[in-house]
Design a protein around this ligand. Structure first.
Ligand code: MG
Length: 203
């Protein structure tokens, strides 16, 4: 299983980090060891003093494929979840400044909490889903998947040119605006269509 992540996929988040709008999807990977499941805590790593939450809609791949045409991409998923793309922002800034890869800042242990999955037959259009994140009970991020620069079917088509996708792979589809820092002792709660999906404590 692999976790494929999309960066800079919401305009207002690109602006808050002063990043450039990409002319193709920005893709990076996290290993299987990044995933934590609903109910497990997140342990704040010692190599960072600025861990940020980024709430994201997560798509679970349900069959193997490569070089998938966009018009067939919808056949490769049927469930979504809400995840957090934890980022060591201080380390990421150093790596970006040096033109180095982001993995140390993005793919560390526990950097990809994922809620339970919900069927799209219940939810409806994958490109019109409200999702969000609260920090200690206060809403910090609210997004709708209609605001993605690159939509899910385009992402799957693009990604599958480079990486064969397999059943169980997860795609983190990018974060809307409102990212921020967490501290030890915080509780993060994620929502999908108004329903609580995951409660995560930072230890
Ligand atoms: Mg992200």
């Amino acid at each position: 299983m692999k976790i494929i992540c999309v960066g800079r996929n919401y305009t207002e988040h690109i602006a808050e980090l002063n990043n450039e709008r990409p002319d193709a999807p920005v893709i990076f990977l996290k290993p299987e060891t990044a995933q934590i499941r609903a109910g497990e805590p997140f342990f704040y790593p010692e190599f960072s003093k600025d861990i940020h939450y980024e709430v994201e809609l997560v798509v679970k791949i349900n069959r193997v494929g490569k070089n998938i045409e966009e018009r067939f991409a919808h056949k490769y998923y049927s469930e979504v979840a809400v995840g957090i793309d934890f980022t060591a922002r201080d380390l990421q800034s150093e790596l970006k400044a040096k033109g180095l890869p982001w993995e140390l800042a993005k793919a560390f242990n526990g950097s990809a909490p994922v809620s339970e999955f919900v069927s799209l037959s219940e939810l409806g259009d994958i490109q019109n889903l409200n999702f969000g994140l609260a920090l200690n009970g206060e809403m910090k991020q609210e997004g709708n998947s209609s605001m993605m620069l690159y939509r899910v079917n385009h992402l799957i088509s693009f990604i599958s040119k480079f990486f064969m996708i397999k059943k169980g792979d997860l795609i983190f589809t990018g974060t809307p605006k409102g990212v921020g820092a967490v501290q030890i002792g915080d509780t993060l709660t994620t929502y999908l269509e108004g329903k609580e999906m995951m409660k995560l404590s930072v230890k």
